[in-house]
Design a protein around this ligand. Structure first.
Ligand code: LUZ
Ligand code: MOS
Length: 750
């Protein structure tokens, strides 16, 4: 792997929050949290817990000097519960001690009594009782009510998709160090500025007194976009109260119980088609299980609406969505950010319609793929649609018909083993749907020895942003990547950072770095002219760290020029800001062009089902993915493979099981199954050839999230195999499609 972090990672040399030690005086904190899903706290006695030696302090909501509030979009989330709890795992008190063992011992001694209240876990029930996070939203195109009578076939159905644990390797973690003006927090967050704002609010101080520093994250996947905030704020609270560094690192078990997941959705669809497979009308209703507070739910809901029709053009659409408040931990961002849930529904609708019409779903899929200049329900045109191109490319490379024939042949000659195949096209919009988030800054310094320091708004979370940023700076400067260092992300160096999210970090930060480097380069060219005695900057060329003038022999090396500039008192630093151009969205009309561009791709997913045991093997994924002109093929390939596997896990084996009281029962790796090396199929990834994205950085496209949705194909491939075994099986759309679920639906219990 060319990703330099990989070398540090496999040697255990890369540094995470929990690896930092500050001179032996760091205190640790454990979080005492609610044991019930909904109720009033009638009694809280901390005296016995406080008396344990080695316990320094226990803080509750009453100790917060500022505002007990960490809600970022909607202010509905207390940092520590006051007199009411709304989910199991909601933080109530913070125990600070010399060691985690002592803090945990103290936790056992906290006496608490609750008055239980009825809890709601079903988003439809929450909806019917009016428990909404925000008003319902509706996207529409054409005239849905008058479209049904033009259809030859109308099919309705219900779709359920489950949550998903992020399972970042590094659990939530923060180290707060108090200082003379406020606090510095080293946090494992995707959103340094969100953390900074929350810490300032909780401590009741201004943002310039709070410095957030992020070294790197051991994975995030959306789980640290909004949910790194509470631990940072708690650590900061304790540190500023006690005047000592305080660290919080959740155990895996605590992390799985206390933090939100991907939003489960419950949805209804109605789809209308012509006999030839053309989709004429699509009506969909999404009920999002938001959990107990808003977190990012409303933004996620919006992205669900934007992706309601996946990569298809449908002329009459109505998509309605509600974010429903329940008594689960607040659900949050997770790779795909609401789009996977929407795409699973449209693919289910197509599957069910195909079954009723005696077609293969791929016939309907292919017929309706969005063409150039077709319109999305939100009013944007698919000017550069590559939907059909990626489908054609995957077909050309692998021959879809031939694969289907082979599967058919296998199934005819096998009774208890059946194969299934499905095609999964994807279309994903790149840009934050909140327009203001589409900005990034960079700060670049060149030191007198010629080495370069780059600070950006984005954080490294294993996705390789730092490596790509090095390439950007190196290519503008015409020097080797080894001369460039990407610094930790720090709110004192780069302010007002947008979250590292939405697959847009390289696009935005890469452009900011390019602009900052260009400012310095221009200065360097001017200096080179002066030094080399020439007139036009256009004539200065830089290659492998040597500046020269076209058609002249004179040259000056990078290091000599830098030193010359320093002595001439010319700035060797620059700051630049990039704002994604031309995007807009009108929320009153629900129309606009919210994305800079879309990413397309097509996957073929093949599975082998052992019908008597309900076990299946996802055999292969054959993908043509559109990366534009890849900035780094190895990193992009890693993103595509990782996202695919994560998507497969969500659709198939990752099952969050709760008891009646709302307690998560699959809260450890022994019970929550995720894909491992053995589960991983053969993966073939091709980049769409000759693709170049004029709107992206150096012709590239964002890559983080879109390939997640290839995983959805696995659900339908398994369903196909099941149907080959049980011809009369009524298709159902209830993910994850675990082995147990497969077995029990092939052999229903009387
Ligand atoms: N985060 C966010 C995201 O705040 N807004 C978005 O549109 C988004 N999209 C994908 C992933 N994270
Ligand atoms: Mo994300 S779901 O891009 O934090």
């Amino acid at each position: 792997m060319r990703n330099k972090d990989a070398i540090l990672n496999v040697r255990g040399e890369s540094c995470y929050v929990d690896d930092l030690s500050s001179a032996g005086e760091t205190l640790v904190a454990e979080v005492f949290s609610s044991e019930i899903s909904h109720g009033e706290i009638t009694h809280l006695d901390l005296s016995k817990a406080k008396s344990i030696s080695g316990v320094i302090a226990i803080f509750t909501a009453n100790d917060i000097p500022g505002k007990n509030q960490i809600g970022n979009i909607i202010e509905d989330e207390p940092l520590l519960a006051e007199d009411k709890v709304d989910y199991i795992g909601q933080p109530i008190a913070l125990i600070v001690a010399d060691s985690n063992t002592l803090a945990r011992k103290a936790m056992q001694e906290i006496k608490i009594k609750y008055k239980k209240m009825p809890a709601i876990f079903d988003p439809r029930e929450a909806f019917s009782k009016g428990h909404l996070i925000a008003p319902q939203r509706v996207f529409s195109l054409g005239d849905i009510d008058n479209a049904w009578n033009k259809c030859d076939m109308v099919v309705e159905g219900t779709v359920e998709s489950g949550g998903q644990e992020h399972l970042y390797l590094e659990t939530q973690s923060s180290l707060a160090i108090p200082n003379e003006y406020g606090v510095k927090v080293i946090s494992s967050t995707q959103s340094p500025t969100v953390v900074q704002r929350a810490v300032a609010k909780v401590l009741g101080i201004s943002m310039n007194k709070v410095e957030i520093d992020v070294i790197r994250l051991g994975g995030a996947f959306g789980g640290k976009e909004d949910q790194a905030t509470s631990w940072a704020a708690m650590a900061a609270l304790a540190a500023s109260k006690l005047g000592k560094p305080v660290k919080i690192t959740l155990s895996r078990n605590e992390d799985m119980n206390m933090t939100g997941k991907r939003h489960p959705y419950s949805s209804d669809f109605k789809i209308g088609l012509k006999n030839d497979g053309r989709i004429i009308a699509y009506d969909v209703n999404f009920y999002q299980n938001a959990g107990a507070s808003a977190d990012l739910s409303t933004s996620i809901l919006e992205r669900t609406l934007f992706h309601a029709t996946n990569s298809y053009f449908i002329s009459n659409v109505r998509a309605t969505a509600a974010s429903c408040r329940t008594n689960s931990p607040p659900n949050t961002a997770f790779r795909g950010f609401g789009a996977p849930q929407a795409m699973f529904v449209i693919e289910s609708a197509i599957f069910k319609a195909a079954e009723k019409m005696g077609l293969d779903p791929r016939v309907i899929q292919e017929k309706n793929l969005i063409k150039e200049n077709d319109i999305f329900p939100y009013g944007m045109r698919a000017v550069d649609s590559l939907s059909r191109k990626t489908w054609a490319a995957v077909d050309k490379k692998y021959n879809i018909k031939k694969i289907y024939k082979e599967v058919e042949k296998f199934n005819l000659s096998n009774t208890f083993f059946k194969k299934g195949v499905a095609i999964m096209p994807i279309c994903f919009g790149i840009s934050f749907t909140n327009k203001f988030l589409n900005q990034a800054s960079a700060l670049v310094h060149v030191y007198t020895d010629g080495s370069v320091s780059v600070s950006i708004s984005a954080v490294e979370m294993g996705q390789g942003v730092n490596e790509k940023i090095k390439k950007v700076a190196a290519s503008v400067f015409g020097i080797d990547t080894d001369m460039i260092k990407v610094e930790s992300t720090n709110t004192s160096r780069v302010a007002n950072t947008s979250p590292t999210a939405a697959s847009a970090d390289i696009d935005m930060n890469g452009n900011a770095v390019r602009l900052a480097c260009e400012i310095i380069l221009n200065q360097m060219k001017k200096a080179a002219l002066k030094k080399l005695g020439c007139k036009k900057t256009e004539n200065v060329v830089i290659q492998s760290g040597v500046f020269s003038i076209q058609n002249k022999k004179k040259k000056i090396r990078w290091n000599d020029l830098i030193l010359y500039m320093y002595q001439e008192r010319i700035s060797l630093s620059a700051q630049a800001h990039y704002a994604t151009p031309k995007i807009y969205f009108n929320k009153d009309k629900e129309k606009g062009a919210p994305f800079l561009y879309h990413v397309y791709g097509t996957a073929i997913i093949e599975v082998l089902l052992d019908c008597m045991r309900g076990r299946y093997k996802i055999e292969s994924a054959k993908i043509v993915h559109d990366c534009g002109k890849s900035l780094d093929p190895i990193i992009d390939m890693g993103q595509i493979e990782g996202a695919l596997i994560q998507g497969l896990g969500w659709m198939t084996i990752e099952d969050l099981i709760y008891d009646k009281e709302g307690r998560l029962m699959t809260d450890a790796l022994s019970t929550y199954k995720v894909p491992d090396m053995h589960y991983t199929p053969e993966i073939h990834v091709e980049f769409l050839e000759n693709s170049e994205n004029p709107k992206g950085l150096f012709g590239s496209k964002g890559v983080g999230e879109p390939p997640f949705m290839y995983g959805i194909g696995a659900y339908f491939a398994i369903l196909k195999a099941m149907k080959d075994f049980r011809k009369n099986l009524e298709p159902f759309f209830f993910a994850p499609l675990t082995f147990e679920k497969v077995l029990l639906s092939l052999f229903p219990q009387k």
